[in-house]
Design a protein around this ligand. Sequence first.
Ligand SMILES: *[C@@H]1O[C@H](CO)[C@@H](O)[C@H](O)[C@H]1NC(C)=O
Ligand SMILES: *[C@@H]1O[C@H](CO)[C@@H](O)[C@H](O)[C@H]1NC(C)=O
Length: 490
Amino acid sequence: MKFQTVCFVIIVKTGFAAGQDNLAFPDGFLLGAATASYQIEGGWDADGKGVNIWDTLTHEHPVFVDDAYTGDVADDSYHLYMEDVKQLKNMGAQVYRFSISWARILPEGHDTIINTRGIDYYNRLINTLLDNGIEPIVSIYHWDLPQRLQDLGGWPNIVLAIYTENYARVLFKNFGDRVKLWITFNEPRIFMGGYTSDTGMAPSINTPGIGDYLTSRTVLIAHANIYHMYEREFKQQQKGKIGITLTGFWCEPLTPDFTERCERYQQFQLGLYAHPIFTGHGDYPSVVIERVDNNSKVEGFTTSRLPKLTSEEVNYIKGTYDFFGINFYTAQVGLNGVVGGIPSRERDMGTIVLQDPNWPVSASSWLRVVPWAFRKQLNWIAKEYVNPPICVTENGFSDYGGLNDTNRVLYYTEYMKEMLKAIHIDGVNVCGYTAWSLIDNFEWLHGYTERFGVYAVNFDDPGRPRIPKESAKVLTEIFNTRKIPERFLD
Ligand SMILES: *[C@@H]1O[C@H](CO)[C@@H](O)[C@H](O)[C@H]1NC(C)=O
Ligand SMILES: *[C@@H]1O[C@H](CO)[C@@H](O)[C@H](O)[C@H]1NC(C)=O
C-alpha cells in the first residue's frame, strides 16, 4: 500500500450542500491510533538500550509517580508489538502513530554508538505494519531523552539541536525507505514543563520561566535542523513529509471582554511553537516577546528570559513543515488576572484559566469533555496559520478501566462529529486522525491509574493481553464504514 498523498491536498471548501454526508470522512483521510515508546514498550534495559530521563525519574523518584509505577515493562510492546499490530489490523486502522525511543537506538545519545538491536526492533515493527497494510507515522521525539544528554543540561542546552539532527539522520537512513510521515517533536509545550518544576515531569528541573523558554529555542532550531537536513539529504529519494505535533487547549472567553486574554493564552501555549514555524512572519508571537521582556525587566533581569531568535534563525525556522500535528483533548475558560510565581511562564501569560464544573469529567484532572471546542480550535489554527494540512495526532478520553467504556465511545463520536463539521462546513484542511490511545499504557506521572486505551491491558498479567473495549468496537465500525454510525446522530 502506498501512502495516500491526497491527504495533503488542500480540501476545497465546498460549503455544506443539502444531502451531503457530513458524517463521512473525506477520501484520503487517514484513520488510526497512536502510542509513544516509553508509555508502551517496556524492555527498559533490554538488548543494549540506554537509560532515558523517564527511567531515571521513575527509578530515582518513585514518589513522583502515582503508586510508584514505572514503564519498565509497561505493555511490553518491545516483545508484544505483533499483538499491537494485530489489534490495529482488526480495527481497520490505516495508520499507526508510534514513537522511537532515542536511547534504544543511541544508548549514549550521540551517534558514535548505534544499537543495532534497537534498529532491528523498529524494523520488525515497521515491516509488520506494512505487511498488514498499515502506514507508520513516526514521532522522532516523544519525551524520553537519553539520560546522557540530560547530563549535558538537556533541552535548555542549544547543543541538543545538533544531537537531535544527528539522531534523526540515523532514523532516516535506517527507516526512511519505508516511513513517509515523520513528526519531529511531540508536544514541546508540555515537555518544556520538565524544566519548570522539580516535582513535575522528567527531568524535573526547577527553572520556571528560564529553562522552559531555553527549551523552546532549542526545540525550534532542532526541528528546523531536521527539516532542512531531510530536504538536503533524503527528501528527493524518500519523498516523505515532516511535521511537528503541538498541544491544543481551547480557551473560551468567559464573556466577550475576555477574548483578548484567550488570544494571548493561545499565543503563549500554541503560538510559542507554531508562530515561528507556520506564519509568514516567523519568530515568536510579538505578545510573548513583549510580555516576557517586560516582566524580565521588572524582575531585575539584565537580559530577557526569552532567548531571542536571530533574524537568520527566524528565516531558517519559518516554513519548515509539511503538516501541522495537533493533539486535542479539552478546553478551559479564560479570565483576566495574573497568577504564577516570579518568574514563571504562567505569570508572563497573564491569563487565568479554569474548567467549567458543568463539563463532564474523565479520570484525568485536566481533561473535561468539551466536543464543540475541538471545532473552534481547528478553525483557530486554520485562520491563524492559513489553513495548513492538519493531522490530529492525539485525541482521547481517560477512565479507571473497564470494558464497557460508554463515556469514551461518546467522547470519540462527539469529538469526531465536531471535527467533521470543521472539515465539511468550515473547510478546515484536516487530513488524518489517530486516536489516543491504542492500548492502556503508562500515563506519565499518573502511572497506570488513568486509562486511555481502546484496548484494555491488565498490568498484573505477565502476558499483557489486549482486550477490546466497547470503544474499540465502535472505532472499528467507524474505520471500516468511514463514517459516524447513524445511532450517534444527535
Ligand atoms: C511593555 O512595556 C512597554 C513599556 O513600559 C509598554 O509600552 C508595553 O505596552 C508593554 N507591553 C506589553 C505587552 O505589556
Ligand atoms: C454498558 O453500560 C451502559 C450504561 O452505562 C448500559 O446501558 C449498557 O447496557 C452496558 N452494556 C453492556 C454490554 O454491559
